[in-house]
Design a protein around this ligand. Sequence first.
Ligand SMILES: [Zn+2]
Length: 155
Amino acid sequence: MSDQFKGIEPMVYNSKINVPYSWWAGDTATRFFVSLRDGKKITATKCGSCGKVFLPPRKSCPSCFTENTEWVDVSDEGTLISFAVARRQFEAIPKNKKAPVIWGLVKLDGADTALLHYLDEVKPEELKIGMRVKAVFSESRKGTARDISPFKPMK
Ligand SMILES: [Zn+2]
């Protein structure tokens, strides 16, 4: 690199990509979404060999390589395992949310794995790993992850 570019600020090039897509949910995710939509129930799959409970539900156990055929209901309350805070608005943030936006990994009671979702009704400085949170169900559920809309701290 020649000296004329030394210390120069890298440019930010603004552009936009709009990519519509469809996602085939399959049997496992479909059952999970229908339970959320129709029953406000959070369901997970359980491994018949090691007993691990997977949420989001998995069709097979990644440890035992067996098909998970058992379904269990898990609690709508759980523990915050990790979180991330977006302090600036950017394209990936839904239009109805304003920065700061918080994503949390939530391990619901009865599950062995964690679900990634939004957290609301909490300030970033109040977040603590291990805090108890509860799912809030959307009034107009459509069979998507947003039927939980979103998690909030338990008081
Ligand atoms: Zn297993």
